[in-house]
Design a binder for this molecule. Structure first.
Ligand code: ZN
Length: 231
């Protein structure tokens, strides 16, 4: 058994290139390409504000807003469409055959429908099996960042994270991903209901089997008190 390195973009992307929840054509973009994109998006967002009859050019608080918004999309909100994460290395599990769980991974995303933010947490569990592959814990956070930092619908985001963990931990005995998130498009527009959260779960292998022991262990672990940290 040996360590394996994988380039996430080449092996794990599942959505069509160019879509809000896919990567941009030419991914990953160079710094020059991103700077050029910010310049163009700045001009376009200024025109968007013009259409809304916002006198942003003469408002001291808003005169730089088109550039701020363009930078926020390219560098933060949609970073996963433009910037690659480093390759992920997986390691032999060295005989560990239990469930591996990371809970409360912070999620910031944006809904593809309304371009409003999504905020919440992701819980990921997998069973490498005693002859399988494990990955560094922070790589699970990196995977959430890569797929979260772009347009998303929560159902597809859940599947994308599941698919990535499933492929990286090749030979695993099961993978489960639960996303708990609030959508600003629900809280701030439309029905305008604060506090509603959406829960989605994608499970495979032992997390779907008839006895449901692994699934029970996963969800029970989310209830364990974490030094007063509420889940
Ligand atoms: Zn929405």
């Amino acid at each position: 058994m040996e360590n394996k390195r994988r380039k996430v973009h080449e092996e794990l992307e599942v959505v069509r290139e160019g879509f809000a929840n896919g990567v941009a054509p030419g991914f990953p973009l160079s710094n020059d390409e991103k700077a050029d994109m910010i310049d163009k998006a700045e001009i376009a967002f200024g025109q968007f504000l013009d259409a809304l009859k916002c006198d942003w050019r003469n408002d001291p608080n808003s005169m730089e807003t088109p550039r701020r918004v363009a930078k926020a999309y390219v560098n933060d909100l949609w970073e996963g469409r433009y910037t690659a994460m480093s390759p992920i290395t997986s390691f032999p599990s060295d005989g560990y055959d239990g469930v591996i769980i990371e809970r409360n991974i912070p999620l910031t995303s944006m809904c593809s429908h309304h371009h409003q933010t999504i905020g919440g947490v992701v819980h990921i569990g997998y069973i490498s099996g005693e002859h399988g592959q494990v990955i560094g814990l922070s790589k699970l956070n990196r995977i959430v960042e890569l797929f979260g930092r772009r347009g998303a619908i929560q159902e597809q985001l859940t599947s994308a994270i599941h698919n990535a963990v499933d492929k990286i931990t090749e030979g695993n005995l099961g993978v489960i991903v639960t996303v708990v998130a609030s959508h600003s498009c629900v809280s701030c527009r439309g029905v305008k209901h604060q506090g509603a959260a959406m829960v989605t779960t994608k499970a495979s292998g032992a997390f779907r089997d008839d006895t449901n022991q692994a699934r029970k262990e996963f969800f029970d672990s989310l209830k364990i008190n974490n030094g007063g940290h509420q889940i």
